[in-house]
Design a protein around this ligand. Structure first.
Ligand SMILES: *[C@@H]1O[C@H](CO)[C@@H](O)[C@H](O)[C@H]1NC(C)=O
Ligand SMILES: *[C@@H]1O[C@H](CO)[C@@H](O)[C@H](O)[C@H]1NC(C)=O
Ligand SMILES: *[C@@H]1O[C@H](CO)[C@@H](O)[C@H](O)[C@H]1NC(C)=O
Ligand SMILES: *[C@@H]1O[C@H](CO)[C@@H](O)[C@H](O)[C@H]1NC(C)=O
Length: 208
């Protein structure tokens, strides 16, 4: 279910939050990547030629085919939009697991940030950015599930049992972290041993 995705995002946020040194490197590398590409091999797409502009509108969509997926997100909403950092983010979601999903849960993550009107792929550095995680289950096994997950009996670790899950009014604090503000988009493709679990795309804006 969506849980995995939220966890990916939250894990991303919290990892960034607790590892300021990495964040600094992350943003430095990102700048470097921008300079290196120098407008050559970066995607131009819809923002071409425009000044950076905050999207301010959270978007998500399925980027696979829901009829073939084991994890189907039915709804997902956040507030506030844009997401203020530091701050509190509220999330609602409902999702269905058609089958129990267990290790090894591979996640292919593509993270992009808008820079001067271009979408720049954030490289994978120290396990942050556009990374492939060979087993999210292993990464989550040591995690402390956020309170709303525990309270609402939504799993945050493997196995994700077959069933429907709903998270309502869940609040998460995003501490000051040094994460650069701006427009981000993320594509997360999940699979277990080559079996497609789900693919989700999210666009969101982080602001001060
Ligand atoms: C999974 O469940 C969704 C929603 O109930 C359904 O649309 C989809 O066809 C199912 N996928 C599989 C592979 O069973
Ligand atoms: C979540 O759902 C509740 C109840 O339906 C609603 O009041 C709230 O505004 C929703 N929050 C978000 C972030 O969508
Ligand atoms: C979520 O919060 C809204 C307003 O704060 C409230 O009306 C709603 O009942 C809450 N929903 C749940 C499921 O707690
Ligand atoms: C997601 O992964 C599956 C294989 O697991 C692949 O067929 C598909 O093209 C990928 N989709 C995206 C959007 O990357």
């Amino acid at each position: 279910m969506q849980n995995s995705l939220v966890i990916v995002l939250l894990a991303g946020c919290s990892v960034m939050a607790v590892q300021p040194a990495d964040v600094v490197r992350f943003s430095m590398e990102e700048t470097k990547a921008k300079e290196q590409t120098n407008g050559v091999d970066i995607s131009r797409e819809e923002t071409k030629g425009r000044k950076p502009k905050l999207l301010g509108s959270f978007q998500w969509k399925n980027c696979g085919s829901p009829s073939k997926e084991l994890m189907v997100v039915e709804s997902l909403s956040i507030a506030p939009d844009p997401i203020a950092i530091p701050g509190t983010i509220k999330i609602n979601f409902t999702a269905v697991f058609n089958k129990t999903v267990d290790a090894p849960l591979q996640v292919d993550l593509k993270l992009e940030k808008e820079e001067f009107g271009f979408w720049i792929e954030v490289p994978c550095i120290d396990n942050l950015g556009s990374c492939t995680y060979s087993d999210l289950c292993e990464s989550l096994s040591q995690a402390t599930c956020p309170l709303p997950f525990v309270q609402q009996k939504v799993p945050c670790k493997c196995p994700f049992n077959k069933g429907s899950y709903k998270l309502s009014n869940a609040s998460f604090n995003i501490p000051t972290s040094g994460v650069p503000t701006g427009n981000y988009r993320i594509t997360a493709n999940l699979s277990v041993k080559g079996v497609f679990v789900g693919c989700y795309y999210i666009a969101a804006t982080l602001t001060d």
